[in-house]
Design a binder for this molecule. Sequence first.
Ligand code: SF4
Length: 468
Amino acid sequence: MPEKTFHIHTIGCQMNVYDADLMANALMAMGYRPVTEPEAADLAIVNTCAIREKAEQKVYSLLGRLAGLKRQRTTMRIAVGGCVAQLAGKRIQRRAPYVDLVFGTRALERLPELVRRLDAGEGPLCDVAGGEGVMEMDGPRQAVVQPRVSRFVTIMQGCDNFCTYCVVPYARGREMSRDPGRIVAEVQDLVADGAREVTLLGQNVNSYGNKEGLCGFAELLRRVAAVEGLERIRFTTSHPKDLSPALIDAFACIDRLCDHIHLPVQSGSDRILARMNRRYGRQTYMDLVTRLRAVRPEIAITSDIIVGFPGETEEDFNQTLDLIKTVGFDGLFAFHYSDRPGTPACRFTPKVTLGVKRRRLEALNELQNAATLARHRSLVGTTVAVLVEGASKRCDQLDPHGGEAIQWTGRTSSNKIVNFSQPSSTEVPPANVGDLCQVRIEAAFAHSLLGVRAPEAVGLKGEACHAA
Ligand code: SF4
């Protein structure tokens, strides 16, 4: 019997990318082979995200294209997974009857059984059942979607916080953590497979294990940091209300923990933070920043901001701008508010008009872009350690300073993207994917840095950062 093929179209966050690898590994264990185009797939999966506006409509437009392919090849099967699948369930099959399988965020473990049933001629199928307790899930063994050097590891799923604007607690369910032993074993496997860096993922990693009585997040970091051969650890996302003294202490003690934290603040106004149900105030947030910088002065802090939340006044917005200036973020992901069906904030009034939301977002981005560029420029002339992730997208260009071809791309410990060239001199050995290279920064842009490989030895923490 000829080998069957699959294609996964992934939309959304890092957790969805990790889930795509879980699906790919499960299907490969069943004898399926990945293909790069849906035209060649016996099973086409759309791995959906519900965070963006009009998420469900976007999924239907993608499905419409797959329906055209299925009309030409009637043996093709179409499946929808992820957050939109969880939220919409059977509604998807009512609206798109050619969809053979809908599987929710907690049905990933049952994907092989569901696909077997499809192969046996059953369908259409829909599995959006929930789950509780410790997550009994093994991670993907092989990197099919993710880059091999820098891998994601989901440590928990779901959220119990119910911020009033957010669909995650409905789409991903209640918080569930994975057993720390399974997480450490997975990191060991990833390192054996070539990973040098892992990013631990969860909607709120700071509350990892609390509900299940597992070790806390800071202790998990210590156990992961003890894995031989691992160079760097990152994590995301961190709710400020649960950022513990133990985690701040981890930044003081664990050298492999990168110089970066993503700490979503969402607003600089206490009144709006209360309406969002964030359960911290601006002063608490700024105190956390001070304590983090006290133990790790070089730490890069990035954040998320929502502008134009219902009821946000000019004064509230000015407090957000003021917080941005006071904290001095390395980068921001800012969006204007829009209703997510089913969330409490949909009912909140008064709504801010689209024109005002756009104006505020533009002002905020202008402020932050200038700050980000100034931070990048402050690195020009320094030498930083860069973990090489692959060939640079700018590899057809020459470094204007050195005249050498820009070959490689990677990140600093503080999560800044660096494209760099390799000098032709023999003193500097050739770089490879997975190397931690010393790079002298020569130019700064809004979203990246440009440099040339330097011969110096890497410092103890893998982040030599000194003015030359
Ligand atoms: S903590 Fe994050 S994931 Fe959870 S409800 Fe709030 S915004 Fe959504």
